[in-house]
Design a binder for this molecule. Structure first.
Ligand SMILES: C[S@@+](CC[C@H](N)C(=O)[O-])C[C@H]1O[C@@H](n2cnc3c(N)ncnc32)[C@H](O)[C@@H]1O
Length: 263
């Protein structure tokens, strides 16, 4: 199912994807001071990965390999795919001493792997760059073997704060992707930054043969004041107890979907 983009949201072009190659872009540095978010995502991934043990995992849009490192514990070989050469250069540095993780340049929309080649695939913090994720999801499904597992993170339009925001304005939450870039970023033609409605992405997953097995609500305590007030360890202890229980409410800013490709 394809829905029209909200005004101002554009499909991503290869040039926009290459923005991670820009001289002033430093994604490794972006993670400084974000131990809570990294910890919350690691908790979610481990919970969803469970006791999986497989031959080949792929981390799509894996960046510098922040989470590819975790996949190494679940797969004999990990392919880190990313369209940004700068991210892959950072990955070569970050992943030194991890020869089972293979960074590889991909073209936007093309994973460059054979059909059914992958047992396990993750795509974290990439959907927010995809106003229309269907072509990418189709590729994800193509490379995944029947019965294989995907874990896809979605920037959640229906999170609790947004629900209140829309409600107080007397508006309904849109079901299409919503561009959350500033006006100046839009004018610069920067990479799209969108939030997705969970009900819509579930339909988009289903359209390419990916069935939702489980969902977690992640980064539920992402708030500058909470992060200032409480130590990361305490925040993560609470986060751990909330991810499953808040999932049915689509509470947090980030949703992790555990998906199974139909056999
Ligand atoms: C926010 S970073 C996330 C990196 C990594 N997954 C993580 O969570 O640390 C987004 C990554 O997606 C890549 N990317 C952008 N557009 C993409 C696309 N259409 N398909 C796959 N990856 C894409 C970028 O180059 C960048 O490395």
């Amino acid at each position: 199912m394809s829905l029209p983009f909200e005004d101002g949201a554009f499909p991503q072009s290869p040039e926009q994807a290459n923005q991670y190659d820009a001289a002033d872009e430093d994604y490794v540095q972006y993670w400084e001071g974000r131990d809570y978010e990294h910890g919350a995502e690691t908790i979610a991934l481990k919970r969803l990965l469970g006791d999986i043990s497989c031959a080949h995992a792929a981390d799509v849009g894996g960046g510098f390999g922040r989470l590819s490192l975790l996949l190494e514990q679940y797969a004999e070989k990990v392919t880190l795919l990313d369209p940004s050469q700068k991210q892959l250069d950072a990955a070569s540095h970050h992943l030194q001493g991890h020869p089972r993780i293979h960074p590889r340049l991909m073209r936007v929309g093309e994973l460059g792997l054979p059909d059914s080649d992958v047992d396990l695939l993750t795509m974290i913090r990439v959907m927010h760059h995809l106003p229309d994720p269907e072509p990418t999801l189709k590729e994800v499904s193509r490379v995944l073997r029947p019965g294989g597992t995907a874990i896809i993170e979605v920037a959640n339009l229906a999170h609790a704060v947004n629900k209140v925001r829309y409600l107080t304005k007397g508006q309904r939450l849109p079901h299409n992707s919503v561009d959350i870039r500033s006006a100046s970023k839009r004018e610069e033609g920067s990479i799209p930054f969108v939030n997705h409605h969970p009900a819509t992405v579930v339909e988009q997953f289903a359209a390419v043969g990916l069935r939702v097995d489980r969902k977690l609500s992640v980064s539920n305590l992402r708030s500058p004041s909470l992060k200032r007030a409480l130590p990361t360890r305490a925040l993560l202890a609470v986060e751990r107890t909330l991810q499953a229980s808040l999932a049915s409410l689509d509470f947090g800013p980030s949703l992790f979907f555990l998906l199974r490709k139909s056999a």
